[in-house]
Design a protein around this ligand. Structure first.
Ligand SMILES: Cc1ncc(COP(=O)(O)O)c(C=O)c1O
Length: 323
């Protein structure tokens, strides 16, 4: 028996449909107690703020969110007794609002994207609330370094991953997981996936905010771009079609960022299995250079590519994703 719902953070690593001669495996993060990967940084950011004295009983937490961090904070806040206010773009799914409210959080909907939500959170912080700052707070990637990657190391059953291919919002997931796995497997590629219409890592101007949770429209301070071997872009239509395929053909219900990451993870696995270059784009930032270890496309027999499924498709029903 666990003492608290907060002790139940964790998720399985599951093999998904893979190209011939390769394996793709996904961390099914909807199995966390608040239903997404963001339970991990939510808990770690709150625990660290408690430890360093920036958060104390009676304080009110505020955070800008595309949804899942807000739900994670609302869940942890409820379990620990903090009031939570969340600033979220009004474009995000209805389910997100309702789940936050169900955990007792207050919601501030803003017009625009995550940058406008950040502005609103800054205003509320100036009025006395405690902001955890998921885009800058090192506890975010540290949570994935400690828990997500720690679990993966136990779940690999002795196999060596050839690549981590995963979407980027704050960058906490790809940075934390990539950092720990790169320490264990120095030759492993770490590849960011970003929306085609918000491909800032590829050096393009954002034109839309079509993904919930992925593609904030700026390079997040919590994304360690030095870890990356490159970046791949995905269209929201392709990502959503993959969500429908995963549900109908594999019994795995996930949201857009998961579908998009899986499509690109499968491409990389297929390229590796064929001994081909997976065609990463360069990261278009001053000073960024690809690592020179590079064994791209010549991974061993049955290459293994890891990805992350951040949340459940149940969080997207009202968007028509499955219709
Ligand atoms: C659905 C979804 N996918 C992907 C991500 C990206 O994760 P990270 O912020 O760790 O980069 C998030 C983050 O909020 C998310 O909610």
């Amino acid at each position: 028996m666990d003492d608290s719902v907060l002790d139940t953070v964790g998720s399985p690593l599951v093999r998904v449909d893979s190209p011939a001669g390769a394996t793709v495996a996904a961390k099914l993060e909807s199995r966390n107690p608040g239903g997404s990967a963001k339970d991990r940084p939510a808990l770690r950011m709150i625990e660290r703020a408690e430890a360093d004295g920036t958060l104390a009983p009676g304080d009110e937490i505020v955070e800008p969110t595309s949804g899942n961090t807000g739900i994670g904070l609302a869940m942890v806040g409820a379990a620990k007794g903090y009031d939570v206010t969340l600033a979220m773009p009004a474009s995000k799914s209805e389910e997100r609002r309702r789940v936050m409210a169900a955990y007792g959080a207050d919601l501030e909907l803003v017009e625009g994207g995550i940058s406008e939500a950040k502005d609103r959170a800054d205003e509320l912080e100036a009025e006395g609330m405690v902001q955890l700052r998921q885009f800058e707070n090192a506890a975010n990637p540290d949570a994935h370094y400690g828990t997500t990657a720690g679990e993966i190391l136990d779940q690999l059953d002795g196999r060596e991953p050839d690549a981590l291919v995963a979407g980027v919002g704050t960058g906490g997931t790809v940075t934390g997981v990539g950092r720990r796995l790169r320490e264990a497997f120095p030759a492993m590629d770490v590849v960011a996936v970003e929306p085609s219409d918000s491909a800032v890592l590829s050096g393009e101007e954002p034109t839309a905010d079509s993904f919930q949770g992925m593609g904030p429209g700026f390079v997040s301070p919590n994304l360690d771009t030095d870890l990356l071997d490159g970046v791949l872009a995905v269209d929201v239509e392709e990502a959503e079609a993959e969500c429908r395929r995963l549900a109908r053909e594999e019994g795995i219900l996930v949201g857009q960022s998961s579908g998009g990451s899986n499509v690109r993870a499968r491409d990389v696995a297929a390229a590796f299995a064929a001994g081909e270059d997976p065609g990463y784009r360069d990261v278009a930032l001053d000073g960024w250079e690809p690592r020179d270890d590079d064994a791209v496309g010549v991974a061993g027999d049955d290459p293994l590519v890891l990805t992350v499924f951040w949340d459940s498709g149940e969080r997207y029903m009202s968007t028509g994703l499955y219709e």
